[in-house]
Design a protein around this ligand. Structure first.
Ligand code: PMP
Length: 350
C-alpha cells in the first residue's frame, strides 16, 4: 500500500506547442492571426482597476445577455465558461452520467476521451469513413450521450445540418453536444435546431473567430432545462470562473460585428488560396469549413515535413495517431505567413 494507490491518475491532453521568439510562424493551434477587435483594446485601456477588488459577477450576466441577443435566444438558454474546454468539461460532467457509452468519432478533438477518463464516463469511438466523413446512421444505437465537433478537428470537414439533425433526433434519450469551435469560418450552425430539440447543446468559443484564445471565453446554448442543469454543476464546482476583465472584453468583442465579419472573411479567402497552393505542390486537401487545412502528400511523409518546417521556424501540427499519421494540420495565418510557408515548401519539395 502506498499513498499513490489513492491518487486519481490520468493521461492528460497535450496542447500544441507555444513557442516564443521572433520570426516564428505559428500555424499549429488554430489561433486567429489577426488581433482582437480594437473595442477590446479600449476596454483594457479604460478598465477601472478598483473593480478587481471585488469578486466578478458569477453569472456573467452582461455577457450572457449580449450573447442571448446576438443568437436570438433567451438568457436562460446561455451558459458562459472559461473557454469552450471549460464548457465542454462541465457538460461532460453534467450530461454524460449513464452506464451506456458516450459516442464520438474515432478521429476528432482528442480532449473528449481525456474528459471521459477523468470523469469515469464509458465511451465508444465511431469510425469516420475513408474520406473522414461522418455517417449519421452509425450513431443510431444505444448510447449515453453523443459529442460531435462540427466542423470536425483536426480534419476541418463539416457534417451537413441534416446529418446533425438526424443524430440529435434519433437519440432523444441522451444529450447531444455539438462542438462548434470552428463554425464561424463558413459552417452551418445547429443553433437553428435548438428550439426543436431539448437534448441538443451547441458549444462555441471566442478563441478562434474572435481572436481571443488568450482570454478564455466559451459558451453553450441549449434548452432552458439543459442550461439549468449545467449551471447547477458549475455552481457546485467554482462560482467565480470568469474574471471581470474577461467578461468586459467578451461583451466588447461581441458588439464589434463589422470587425468580426471582416477578419473571418479574410481568413476564408486566405484558406481558398492556400488550398490552391497545396494542390499545386501535389498535396491532397480535405475540404475545410474551419480556419485550418488537413493535408497529406503522396511522397513526402508528414512527419518529415513537420520536422523540416519546424527547423525553419514554421510550426504546424502533426498527430502521430492511427489513420492520420501522414497528415499535417495547418492553421490559416495571414497572407504573408502563408506565402512564407509555401516558399519553404516549394524550395524543399523542388
Ligand atoms: N473544441 C475543439 C474542436 C477545439 O479544436 C478546441 C481548441 N483546442 C476547443 C474546443 C477548445 O477551445 P477553447 O477552450 O479555446 O475555447
Amino acid at each position: 500500500m502506498s499513498y499513490e494507490d489513492n491518487i486519481r491518475k490520468v493521461k492528460p491532453y497535450v496542447p500544441g506547442e507555444q513557442p516564443s521568439g521572433s520570426g516564428i510562424i505559428k500555424l499549429n493551434t488554430n489561433e486567429n492571426p489577426y488581433p482582437p477587435s480594437p473595442a477590446v483594446g479600449r476596454v483594457l485601456r479604460e478598465f477601472d482597476q478598483d473593480i478587481l477588488k471585488k469578486y466578478p459577477d458569477p453569472e456573467a450576466v452582461k455577457l450572457t445577455e449580449v450573447l442571448a441577443e446576438e443568437y436570438g435566444v433567451s438568457k436562460e438558454q446561455v451558459f458562459v465558461g472559461v473557454g469552450s474546454d471549460d464548457v465542454l468539461a462541465q457538460s461532460f460532467l453534467t450530461f454524460f452520467n449513464s452506464k451506456r457509452p458516450v459516442l464520438f468519432p474515432d478521429i476528432t478533438y482528442s480532449f473528449y476521451p481525456v474528459w471521459c477518463d477523468l470523469f469515469g464516463i464509458a465511451y465508444d469511438t465511431v469510425p469516420l469513413n475513408e474520406a473522414f466523413e461522418l455517417e449519421a446512421a452509425d450513431y443510431d444505437r444505444e448510447n449515453g450521450g453523443i459529442v460531435i465537433a462540427n466542423p470536425n478537428a483536426p480534419t476541418g470537414r463539416e457534417a451537413s445540418l441534416s446529418e446533425i439533425e438526424s443524430i440529435v433526433k434519433n437519440s432523444p434519450d441522451s444529450v447531444c453536444i455539438i462542438d462548434e469551435a470552428y463554425i464561424d469560418f463558413g459552417g452551418e450552425s445547429a443553433l437553428s435546431l435548438i428550439e426543436r430539440y431539448e437534448n441538443l447543446l451547441v458549444v462555441r468559443t471566442f478563441s478562434k473567430s474572435r481572436s481571443l484564445a488568450g482570454s478564455r471565453i466559451g459558451f453553450a446554448i441549449g434548452s432552458r432545462k439543459l442550461i439549468a442543469y449545467l449551471s447547477d454543476v458549475k455552481f457546485s464546482f467554482n462560482s467565480y470562473t470568469m474574471d471581470s476583465v474577461t467578461q468586459a472584453i467578451g461583451v466588447a468583442a461581441l458588439t464589434d460585428k463589422g470587425y468580426f465579419s471582416d477578419t473571418v472573411r479574410r481568413i476564408i479567402s486566405t484558406r481558398q488560396n492556400a488550398i490552391a497552393s497545396f494542390c499545386e505542390l501535389g498535396f491532397s486537401v480535405i475540404p475545410s469549413s474551419a480556419n485550418f487545412l488537413f493535408v497529406t502528400h503522396p511522397t513526402y511523409p508528414a512527419d518529415e515535413l513537420f520536422a523540416m518546417l519546424r527547423g525553419r521556424g514554421v510550426y504546424v501540427r502533426y498527430f502521430n495517431s492511427p489513420r492520420i499519421d501522414n497528415y499535417l494540420r495547418v492553421t490559416i495565418g495571414t497572407d504573408e505567413e502563408m506565402k512564407k510557408l509555401f516558399e519553404i515548401l516549394r524550395e524543399y519539395m523542388g
